[in-house]
Design a binder for this molecule. Structure first.
Ligand code: FE2
Ligand code: FE2
Length: 296
């Protein structure tokens, strides 16, 4: 899996554009990786988290827009907002399909909605200075989460195990289209955070809050999906051991690799462009059935 990026020119010349993709979920099986309910539902947690999470990204970045004093960064933030808004809606459609198949995701999604709207949403009664500070702090949370979305995007683009296991091609295209755009825009949130506050403490705090929270939500989400699946009736209980075995079959990222990746975020010389490959992301987007249909 590429970790070190290509020449900076490839990344620097990118113009972020939203691709207005459509997916047809009518033929998606409940276990879209055949006979792999735990791998399927661990990845399905993306659909639980991302609609609310990415709408929150959009809200935070819209709040940040008036504070940006660099025109090029402002353009990148606008591109980021456009891409994340489409990602949220694409994953929402999968949730609607799961509900139609008898797996009701709404109890978990309500908790996620509460988290992003109430806990991480606007705080009433703040002064202008406090609002400004709160916006920058939330940008730092987004920057840390974007480290993980780029990691997962890079993994999705380099996961032949999913193809070998016969995973549904439309779901693979959703994961890889989204993953490729995450790799494509992986430096925007980080650069925005540094634009507002180049200090190391802000970066540190963003990851120390977002990393454990994300792991917690993922574990809870996987347990929820396996319990809510009407065909399993609680018969599959997720464990870290099982997750590692599934990862060895190439159907999930290795937890240890993800942990090491999170640690790299703390290196003083870290920059998102050192992870993943923009060229590979663009190459996938040039062949993605959904992205090609959106561009035609
Ligand atoms: Fe996204
Ligand atoms: Fe993103």
């Amino acid at each position: 899996m590429p970790r070190h990026a290509e020449p900076a020119a490839v990344h620097d010349s990118l113009v972020l554009e939203p691709r207005d993709v459509q997916f047809d979920w009518s033929a998606l099986p409940l276990h879209w990786i055949p006979d792999e309910p735990m791998a399927t539902h661990t990845i399905n947690v993306l659909h639980l988290l991302l609609p609310e999470g990415e709408r929150w990204f959009v809200k935070v970045f819209k709040d940040a827009l008036p504070l940006i004093t660099d025109e090029q960064l402002r353009e990148e933030v606008l591109g980021f907002i456009g891409q994340e808004a489409i990602h949220a809606e694409a994953h929402q459609e999968v949730l609607d399909h799961l509900l139609a198949q008898g797996l009701d995701p709404r109890p978990y999604v309500r908790q996620i909605s509460w988290l992003f709207r109430r806990v991480l949403g606007d705080k009433p009664g703040l002064t202008a200075a406090q609002r400004h500070e709160n916006t920058i702090e939330r940008v730092a949370f987004v920057a840390a989460i974007e480290h993980f979305t780029a990691f997962l995007g890079n993994w999705a683009l380099n996961s032949p195990g999913l193809d070998r296991a016969g995973a549904d091609p439309t779901m693979l295209d959703l994961l890889r289209w989204h993953g490729a755009e995450e790799v494509e825009h992986r430096s925007v949130a980080f650069d925005l955070m540094v634009h507002f506050d180049p200090g190391y403490l802000r970066r540190l705090r963003g990851m120390l809050v977002s990393g454990p929270l994300l792991v917690h939500l993922w574990v809870r989400g996987t347990r929820f999906m396996l319990a809510a699946d009407p065909t399993l009736k609680g018969s599959v209980r997720p464990t870290w051991r099982e997750a590692r075995q599934i990862a060895r079959r190439g159907l999930l990222p290795e937890p240890a690799r993800m942990f090491r990746s999170a640690l790299r975020y703390f290196l003083p010389g870290y920059h998102p462009t050192k992870e993943g490959s923009s060229s590979q992301a663009l190459a996938y987007l040039a062949t993605s059935p959904a992205a090609r249909a959106a561009g035609s």
